[in-house]
Design a protein around this ligand. Structure first.
Ligand code: OGA
Ligand code: MN
Length: 293
């Protein structure tokens, strides 16, 4: 269905869905990549938003070294003290790395984000400087499910009905992290203990200059300046619209896949997988900056 494209740097780029996503082949990320190869990857990334590079044998150092070609590495965020063990996991030792896993040792989770499905979200969208990029590497996988879904927020913005575009124009939304995976945030009480930040409802991507919708079902709590009921109604419309399958690429993992995505123009979520089966992925990020609308 999709045509592979050979680039000058010798890598091949094959689109994966009409929404977003491309597979890159012809590279070994454990080697020291030539600048032209990094530039070709960067160009494909800007065009396809999510890149999949299969069959990579990556040590932790290899993964961090590759990610650092795209900017300063992000540090893992600390959860508030009371939730730390539950949300962080006991094997989280290297400060740039987050183990994403449902696995337990002596009854304690070794990683974060546990089991089951996960609503669409933006990585660290609740901070002033959401991560630019996330890199996730598949190390142990269940026999079925646990697919990662990516929604193209440029397309979602472009195809928004005009009245909705008018409603969100110039507005900001509050993003709050409550350490849940499939539950709406609750803003009725005191939010000062939960990390939170306001971002434009539609941001300008700093590198492409294109506008992207920047709200997600998991952490966006309300739109500033709208009555609560109106904010709720508009957010529900935005979420339903943004999660339309025509904007979504669904990644079915294979071992040794490295999947890398841009958090400024995508939201992502996860499908259910059997809790009795192990799933382990290793994540790192590249730091981001404030976003303008
Ligand atoms: C993440 C994440 C999804 C998954 O690591 O940020 O959302 O499929 N992971 O586990
Ligand atoms: Mn995530």
């Amino acid at each position: 269905m999709f045509v592979a494209e050979e680039t000058a740097a010798g890598i091949t780029v094959t689109p994966l869905s009409p929404a977003c996503g491309a597979e890159i082949s012809g590279v070994d990320l454990a080697t020291d990549l030539a600048p032209a190869v990094v530039e070709a990857i960067r160009a494909a990334w800007q065009k396809y938003l999510v890149l999949v590079i299969r069959g990579q044998d990556l040590s932790l150092d290899d993964q961090l070294r590759f990610a650092a070609r795209f900017g300063p590495l992000g540090e893992r965020k600390k959860a508030p003290e009371g939730l730390r063990e539950r949300t962080e996991g006991i094997y989280q030792t290297e400060k740039h790395t987050l183990l994403v896993s449902n696995m337990k040792v002596d009854g304690k989770p070794i990683g974060a984000f546990g089991e089951g499905d996960m609503w669409f979200h933006i990585d660290s969208g609740y901070t002033e400087r959401p991560y630019k990029y996330t890199f996730l590497y598949g190390m142990e996988l269940p026999s079925t499910g646990g697919n990662t879904l990516f929604s193209n927020m440029y397309m979602a913005y472009d195809e928004l009905p005009q009245p909705l575009k008018d409603t969100i124009k110039g507005r900001k939304a509050l993003h709050i992290h409550e350490y849940k995976r499939t539950e709406k945030v609750d803003t009725s009480g005191d939010i000062s203990h939960s990390p939170h930040w306001f971002h434009p409802v539609a941001v300008i991507h700093p590198e492409t200059g294109r506008r992207a919708l920047f709200v997600d079902r998991l952490m966006t709590a309300r739109i500033e300046g709208l009555e609560p009921a109106e904010s709720e109604r508009v957010l529900n419309q935005l979420w339903d619209h943004a999660e339309n399958p025509r904007f979504v690429y669904e990644h079915v993992w294979k071992l040794k896949d490295l999947v890398m995505w841009d958090n400024r123009c995508l939201t992502h979520g996860r499908t259910w997988f059997p809790p009795s089966e192990n799933r382990l992925l290793r994540r790192c990020t590249v730091e981001g900056g404030p976003l303008d609308g």
